[in-house]
Design a protein around this ligand. Structure first.
Ligand SMILES: NC(=O)c1ccc[n+]([C@@H]2O[C@H](COP(=O)([O-])OP(=O)(O)OC[C@H]3O[C@@H](n4cnc5c(N)ncnc54)[C@H](O)[C@@H]3O)[C@@H](O)[C@H]2O)c1
Length: 349
């Protein structure tokens, strides 16, 4: 039973991409042919960090798992380390151990920072999280400047530009290696679409573009597969539910935080895609908020092909419905303000 559950989780983690062949999946299982990869989780004792640490421990592509937080990591690391899977786990606590946590990392996942409470927008988190992200990114530029950075800390629309500015100042910026994690928007869009279209959720693909807050989240249901004949009203309702998915969880948790379990799942899917890309698996595609020139904005979420150096290709938006075109037009000014806010913060503080 236990083996079956593990196998099923692993199989999801190694089959998130649309075009991974069974041959490649099989190759991922044999630890001998899989390269050594170190993943660091910063904020590992938090609501997202702990289940994310668990899921990364289940990922056969990880050989070293570094769990860093300002408090609580010895316990989380001891607990997770007893799981009999490939990776070696180490816990690091406090700034004096950040260097060790980061050195040698191939992928750094950042869920450090405060989450929302009811009535708050992601932007309300800016003041605290911007400073946390800034200091963590300064350490990344010193200790593992070549790592792929997966930014989960909100507001992603601003924390990614902050990270870019910090890396630019340190002379280590590589636009191919910085990712805002928007996978939870995709996960939600797939779940909600499958429910409405009455199709098996495992078969569903829906690109989600734009940014990661409110109306900046633009699911492209016109490109969803399998196709379904949903009415305009149904598409509007699905779009709104995807945009408000985070708030749905914040309100249901009634002051006890925001999405953690579904976010850990989404973060694990995205980190797994990054690892597969690094390992040379072809055609790994996920949506992410990255440096982009597909719109007038310097950062934008769209489908991205991942490769041995991170972003291999920022893919275009594809054909949009009139409703989506309108959504795109409306989101651009709001996303622009958030991006500029991040850049300004990084350069002023
Ligand atoms: N990208 C997304 O889709 C998405 C979804 C949900 C939540 N989030 C964001 O993820 C972040 C974390 O959420 P959570 O629910 O896990 O919060 P949490 O408060 O449960 O955990 C955050 C952790 O970060 C740690 N931390 C604080 N400062 C740190 C520092 N300087 N270095 C290292 N660790 C530090 C805290 O000690 C804590 O353990 C929030 O910003 C939240 O808004 C993003």
């Amino acid at each position: 039973m236990r083996t079956a559950v593990l196998r099923s989780i692993r199989s999801r983690l190694t089959s998130s991409t649309s075009s991974s062949s069974p041959h490649l999946l099989r190759r991922c299982y044999g630890t001998e042919s899989v390269p050594e990869r170190k993943v660091a989780v910063l904020g590992a004792a938090g609501g997202i960090g702990q289940p994310l640490a668990l899921l990364m421990k289940l990922n056969p592509l990880v050989s070293k798992l570094a769990l860093y937080d300002i408090a609580g990591t010895p316990g989380v690391a001891a607990d997770v380390s007893h799981i009999n899977t490939r990776s070696e786990v180490a816990g690091y606590m406090g700034e004096e151990q950040l260097r060790q946590a980061l050195e040698g990392s191939d992928v750094v996942v950042i869920p450090a920072g405060v989450p929302r409470k009811p009535g708050m927008t992601r932007d309300d988190l800016f003041n605290i999280n911007a400073g946390i992200v800034k200091s963590l990114c300064a350490a990344i530029s010193k200790y593992c400047p070549n790592a792929l950075v997966n930014m989960i800390s909100n507001p992603v629309n601003s924390t990614v530009p902050i990270a870019a500015e910090v890396f630019k100042k340190a002379g280590t910026y590589d636009e191919k290696k910085l990712f805002g994690v928007t996978t939870l928007d995709v996960v939600r869009a797939k779940t909600f679409y499958a429910g409405k279209a009455k199709v098996p959720v495992a078969d569903v693909n829906v690109p989600v573009v734009g940014g990661h807050a409110g109306i900046t989240i633009l699911p492209l249901f016109s490109q969803a597969t399998p196709k379904a004949n949903l009415s305009d009203e149904e598409i509007v309702a699905l779009t709104k539910r995807t945009q408000d998915g985070g708030t749905e969880v914040v309100e249901a948790k009634a002051g006890k935080g925001s999405a953690t379990l579904s976010m850990a799942y989404a973060g694990a899917i995205f980190a797994d895609a990054c690892l597969k890309g690094l390992n040379g698996v072809p055609d790994v595609v996920e949506c992410s908020f990255v440096q982009s020139n597909i719109t007038e904005l310097p950062f934008f979420a769209s489908k991205v092909k991942l490769g041995k150096n991170g972003v291999e290709e920022v893919m275009g938006l594809g054909p949009l419905s009139d409703y989506e075109k309108q959504g795109l037009e409306t989101l651009i000014p709001e996303l622009k303000v958030s991006i500029e806010k991040g850049i300004k913060f990084a350069n002023q503080n």
